[in-house]
Design a protein around this ligand. Structure first.
Ligand SMILES: Cc1ncc(C[n+]2csc(CCOP(=O)(O)OP(=O)(O)O)c2C)c(N)n1
Ligand SMILES: [Mg+2]
Length: 331
């Protein structure tokens, strides 16, 4: 049951939650520019899925991508600096909260456009196949993305070309404030996966071990040339759609029922019941991760903002060609 990894799962989920709680605090204090979409309550999906990937595998995320990118390996220091718009950010301040990327970790980017990470990941999966490596690509997307064209094109192409691709739906039951049943014709979307000819599996997305085991099986299958898998992870976000949304549009009892199924608390209980760690051990992890966030905030606040002349740097592989393109010069 991969019990040896349970403490790591706990640490990663704790890290994500500490990062987002801290980001929420500094945002509320007026210190961050832009938007903030928190994934608090959904950490088990990011953690379980990314733990099943290698660091040279690819991952594309969504507008709610702090957890996914942290779980895949972006450093919290560079992610926090990115939120602050500082040069030490993972994208040197060009991405912000919704576009954290780190190619060194296979992170092809969070993405402010719904479902736009899917074709990017499918392209990466095609490249893995053409280069004959055993890497895989995984795309996260929300329930609100499920009816969108890029997802369906990506599922079709992945199946047609038998790509090493894993589709992971973060089904938190709402797209902004629109409930699932009002934006998707069939609630049981794993049937769609079957329609494309690939396995479709529904899992408890608040159970990190279940997510890990399911994604791990899909990853191994993809590595061996077995093609794509679609995994629907049921979950819930504790807060509103973004920082400006109080989240009061959802029924109170529904919110409370899901908070009682908090993935972090459940995993903590499981570790304690299995005797893998003590309360004190887990409290130490909590404190270490929070201390790391406090240091990340201090470092981000001390880091410089980019200069105007840096605006075009890092956008093109060939800087010179990039500058010429922006000036309308054709290569
Ligand atoms: C193509 C596109 N259409 C609309 C939007 C506006 N928008 C931002 S988030 C969102 C809802 C997304 O819901 P879901 O996919 O369920 O993700 P969640 O926010 O629940 O994580 C919408 C419609 C967008 N960013 N991109
Ligand atoms: Mg949603």
């Amino acid at each position: 049951m991969h019990q040896d990894r349970w403490i790591d799962f706990y640490r990663t989920m704790t890290r994500i939650r500490a990062f987002e709680r801290t980001a929420r605090e500094v945002y509320t204090a007026g210190k961050l520019p832009g938007f903030l979409h928190l994934s608090i309550g959904q950490e088990a999906i990011a953690t379980g899925a990314c733990a099943a990937l290698r660091s040279d595998d690819f991952m594309a995320s969504t507008h709610r991508g702090h957890g996914d990118t942290i779980a895949k390996g972006v450093s919290v220091e560079s992610a926090m600096a990115e939120l602050y718009g500082r040069v030490t950010g993972s994208c040197r301040a060009k991405g912000g909260s919704m576009h954290i990327a780190d190619f060194s970790q296979g992170i092809l980017g969070a993405n402010g456009i719904i479902a736009a990470g899917v074709p990017i990941a499918v392209g990466a999966a095609l490249s893995c196949k053409l280069r004959k490596t055993d890497q895989v690509a995984l795309a996260f997307f929300g329930d609100g993305a499920t009816g969108s064209g890029p997802l369906h094109e990506g599922m079709n192409m992945s199946m047609l070309w038998q790509l090493p691709m894993i589709f992971v739906r973060q089904n938190n039951r709402y797209a902004e404030s629109t409930p699932l049943v009002e934006h998707t014709g069939i609630v049981d979307v794993v049937q769609w996966a079957c329609g494309y000819g690939m396995p479709g599996i529904r899992v408890d997305g608040n159970d990190v071990v279940e997510v890990y085991n399911t994604v791990y099986t899909a990853v191994e299958r993809a590595r061996m040339g077995g093609g794509p898998t679609f995994i629907d992870c049921e979950t819930y976000r504790h807060y509103g759609h973004n920082i400006g949304d109080p989240g009061t549009g959802r029924p109170k009892d529904e919110v409370e029922a899901w908070k009682a199924r908090d993935p972090l608390e459940r995993h903590r209980e499981r570790i304690l019941a299995a005797g893998l760690a003590t309360e004190a051990d887990l409290d130490t992890i909590d404190a270490e991760e929070q201390a790391r966030m406090d240091a990340a905030v201090a470092a981000a606040e001390a880091a410089p903002k980019p200069e105007l002349h840096e605006a075009l740097e890092g956008l093109y592989v060939d800087e010179q060609l990039g500058k010429q393109a922006l000036q309308g010069v054709r290569p």
